[in-house]
Design a protein around this ligand. Structure first.
Ligand code: PLP
Length: 390
């Protein structure tokens, strides 16, 4: 047999460490009686009417590829949905693209716009995939730290300070994973002004737009002057508890969307057909389900934030998504050790804040997309843990 000592892996891929989240899933998967607040997905099953639409589509024999852009029904429904929610018009034929979740849409956006060395400015802590995806596409992430003291808000001034001749885009992810922070409209307007002044693209990942608590989300393209330089990415995974269906979308001006469609044509062809049929139903009838789930998340949010604060783990109040991001320095442990000991000693899985960027140090991410009973039990176990370590 031939053996080889040659390293075939590209420098780009080697330069990126594996996700700091997976490790904890793998440990948790092999443990009985574990409570996982680690995973970032709804505990709800996809609402019934949406499930049935998927099944009906399969039974009708819709088992083929769809057009590259996605089904006309879903693009038309999305165009209406964006207009109704945010007053932004997208032409269903040229300005909407159905993707395999926001995950694919991020890949398409970076691949379509980045030349080697182009810089993308993004606030952190942020979703684990942002920096790696920028690097895979040949770009360079420029990370701006944000902090609990200012509500994990990124300021337009902080972004502008990082603009160089190589800056191509600003990447925003609000409501934010992992902090639960939301962005005030006034600051987004100032960020739009920075984008205009320096002729930058804005890629806005708004996958948690529907999961907000007493807060009105601003869709970035709805800001006057922003639409023509903005790609909005969103989907159904979080709002409609549809992570496993793998369906999302990109909305933006024709030229940008056309370039993304080209990459999508050659790599994916079309998003899952069954999921697209289900997504049409999600838009048609999903509003009461969203309201029901948001109400449940809100109760859990209040429970977990209060619980952390009572344990001395100061917790910034998240206003969106389904994550709490408490400061754990009162434990005397760093976030990695905290999570490792917590799972070993008390079988509770959370994720170290540093998995989401250096400014996440001293924090952990707890997903509250789980039942109140499990959150209460996790808090009991944390209480015991803090008595030993606090
Ligand atoms: N963007 C953010 C901020 C996320 O948290 C996630 C999933 O956790 C994604 C994108 C990917 O979502 P999708 O299931 O649509 O690929």
């Amino acid at each position: 047999m031939m053996t080889t000592t040659r390293n075939f892996i590209s420098d780009r891929v080697q330069s990126v460490p594996p996700s700091g989240i997976r490790k904890y899933f793998d440990i948790a998967a092999n443990m009985p009686d574990v409570i996982s607040l680690g995973i970032g997905e709804p505990d709800f099953t996809t609402p019934d009417s949406i499930l049935r639409a998927g099944v009906r589509s399969l039974q009708a024999g819709e088992t083929h590829y769809t057009g590259n852009s996605g089904t006309p029904e879903l693009r038309r429904a999305l165009s209406d949905y964006q207009r109704a929610l945010y007053g932004v018009e997208y032409d269903p034929d040229t300005e909407l693209l159905i993707t395999v979740g926001v995950s694919e849409a991020l890949y398409l956006a970076f691949t379509a716009v980045l030349n080697p060395g182009d810089e993308v400015i993004t606030p952190e802590p942020c979703y684990v995939a942002y920096a790696p995806e920028i690097i895979f596409a040949g770009g360079s992430p420029v990370l701006i730290p944000t902090h609990a003291a200012n509500g994990f808000q990124v300021t337009a001034a902080a972004i502008e300070a990082q603009v160089t001749p190589r800056t191509k885009a600003i990447l925003l992810g609000y409501p934010n994973n992992p902090t639960g922070a939301v962005m005030e409209r006034a600051e987004l307007e100032r960020i739009a002004q920075v984008a205009i002044a320096h002729d930058l693209l804005v890629i806005s990942d708004e996958i948690y737009d529907r999961l907000v608590y007493g807060f009105a989300h601003t869709q970035f393209a709805s800001i006057p002057g922003a639409r023509d330089r903005t790609i909005v990415l969103s989907g159904f995974s979080k709002s409609h508890a549809m992570t496993g269906w793998r369906v999302g979308y990109a909305a933006g001006p024709e030229t940008l969307l056309g370039a993304m469609r080209k990459v999508h044509q050659y790599t994916i062809m079309s998003a899952p057909t069954t999921a697209q049929a289900a997504a049409v139903e999600a838009i048609r009838s999903g509003e009461p389900d969203i309201a029901r789930m948001v109400e449940a998340y809100d109760r859990r949010r209040k429970l977990i934030v209060k619980g952390f604060n009572e344990l001395g783990l100061t917790c910034f109040e998240p206003r969106g998504a389904f994550y709490a991001f408490p400061n754990i320095t009162a434990s005397g442990l760093d976030e990695e050790t905290f999570c490792e000991l917590l799972i070993k000693e008390e079988q509770v899985a959370m994720v170290p804040g540093s998995a989401f960027g250096a400014s996440g140090r001293g924090h952990i991410r707890a997903s509250y997309a789980t039942s109140e009973a499990k959150i209460e039990e996790a808090l009991n176990r944390l209480h015991r843990f803090m008595q030993r370590h606090g």
